[in-house]
Design a protein around this ligand. Structure first.
Ligand code: 4AD
Ligand code: MG
Length: 431
């Protein structure tokens, strides 16, 4: 007997096959038993007819309940009413384990209950769909970079210094060396990698002791940092745009069913796959002020500002050329205005907010050192980083994408916590 996956049922019409999985739902009516069966790859309605299955097996099948594990044999056929859907005529049922009182029922549960049961919640159709989209986004990003001559270069998680300021650092006692920090971004290490490999990226968990309890913040999230030698500000944005559009196309190609389960407006995603908009920080401030916002000229943007900036835009918006005071020490000064840096944030439409932070990097030893001294940074801890400006320095740029932010946008999830298997937030570490 061939064991197959639900997603491949259409290739086995009329042949007896075996499925291994779980019971999503079960109901009986007289001589008929309907099992909504799932196996991770998809769902199918399996139907048992008592006279065919026999008294004993039928009674055994009826002992199955929500989330029981089960092996079912049967013959796939086309669904009578729904196009492109299939059904299974059950020929045999073998319960593997009978689940007792599965706690997540059909009724609505509050977020606290669901988060406390995250280990089970991930089985629900919407969570399953989001996790599949996450899978697509991950591999689409890697594929795009691999196709554009980037090498994977894994940066460390335990680090002696900060990448993105000291206010969100997690500290870890580190033997006789004192305190280590959990990485906020692999960027600084990637900058070493380009001097060996030209173009590099990392992709892994990063950590920020974010005090923000918003729909967009996790304390542990995944970032893909990319960095490229001889790439300047303009080309940096082109690479990002190419990558994001490739991700959108991949999700539309591979996850239509999942987007449907999530009731995601697919048209919105299709429209976002078009040339992105550009705006300087100063232009964005003007726009906000013209809409009545009290924002100051050198302020950073909050979630509401970002939503206002992208209001009416189908495509993401790059905000470039920021006041240097509100951006990280490593960003390169704009040669036309030394008060500005060549950084760009990419803001997603539909209020999904900042998904990428990137910039051209300061490649001049003296200018970088001056900026670091101004910020009272511990020069010893960053000597290796300054070395890069001493031995074959080149213009270079890079960016980091917030992976869960991207998955939130693609899936239309209401909260970033649904886009990672086990979300870490300031008020939650279990399970
Ligand atoms: O803008 P950020 O802080 O940029 C950097 O860390 C750079 N070193 C990246 C680089 O140039 N290689 O972070 C990058 C992205 C943000 O745009 C946002 O999407 C996401 O990471 N992000 C978060 N996602 C979830 N939870 C948080 N607490 C996040 N903080 C940032
Ligand atoms: Mg940022």
């Amino acid at each position: 007997m061939t064991t197959i996956l639900v997603k491949d049922l259409s290739q086995y019409l009329g042949q007896e096959i075996e499925l291994k999985g779980w019971v999503r739902n079960i109901r009986s009516s007289g001589k008929l038993l309907f099992i909504i069966f799932r196996d991770g790859s998809g769902e199918v309605q399996a139907v048992a007819f008592k006279p065919n299955l026999g008294e004993e097996k039928f009674a055994l099948a009826k002992t199955l309940n929500l989330e029981s594990s089960v092996i079912i044999k049967g013959i796939p056929k086309k669904h009578q009413k729904i196009e492109d859907a299939y059904e299974l005529d059950i020929t045999d049922v073998e319960p593997v384990q009978i689940a007792v009182d599965y706690p997540i029922a059909k009724k609505e549960h509050g977020p606290d209950f669901l988060l406390a049961n995250r280990h089970l919640w991930i089985r629900s159709p919407k969570q399953n769909a989001i996790l599949k989209i996450r899978h697509t986004v991950y591999f689409a990003i890697c594929e795009y970079l691999n196709n554009n001559n980037f090498y994977r270069f894994d940066s460390p998680i335990l680090t002696p210094n900060a990448c993105e300021g000291t206010t969100t650092l997690f500290e870890v006692p580190y033997f006789d060396e004192g305190t280590a920090y959990l990485s906020q971004s692999g960027q600084l290490y990637l900058e070493t990698g380009i001097m060996s490999l030209g173009r590099v990226y990392d992709f892994g968990p990063v950590f920020r002791a974010e005090k923000s309890k918003t729909r967009k913040h996790l304390t542990e999230f995944w970032m893909m940092d990319a960095e490229a030698a001889y790439v300047e500000h303009e080309e940096n944005m082109q690479i990002q745009e190419g990558m994001i559009r490739f991700v959108i196309q991949s999700v539309l190609k591979k996850n239509l069913k999942d987007l449907e389960v999530l009731e995601r407006d697919i048209d919105k995603l299709k429209k976002a796959d078009a040339p992105f908009k550009r705006m300087t920080h100063a232009e964005a401030i003007n726009l906000l002020q013209s809409k009545g916002s009290p924002i100051g000229d050198n302020d950073d943007f909050g979630a509401q500002d970002e939503a206002m900036i992208t209001e009416g835009s189908d495509v993401p918006v790059f905000i470039e050329k920021w006041p240097k005071e509100i951006k990280a020490f490593y960003m390169k000064r704009d040669k036309d205005n030394p008060n500005l840096v060549l950084g760009a944030d990419l803001i997603a439409p539909e209020g999904f907010g900042e998904i990428i932070g990137g910039s051209q990097r300061e490649d001049d030893y003296d200018l970088l050192k001056e900026r670091m001294l101004n910020e009272n940074m511990d020069m010893d801890a960053y000597q290796w980083y300054l070395d890069l400006r001493k031995y074959g320095s080149v213009p270079h740029s890079g960016f980091g994408i917030g992976f869960e932010r991207m998955v939130t946008w693609m899936s239309g999830a209401a909260h970033i916590r649904e886009t990672i298997p086990f979300p870490r937030m300031i008020y939650r570490i279990y399970p």
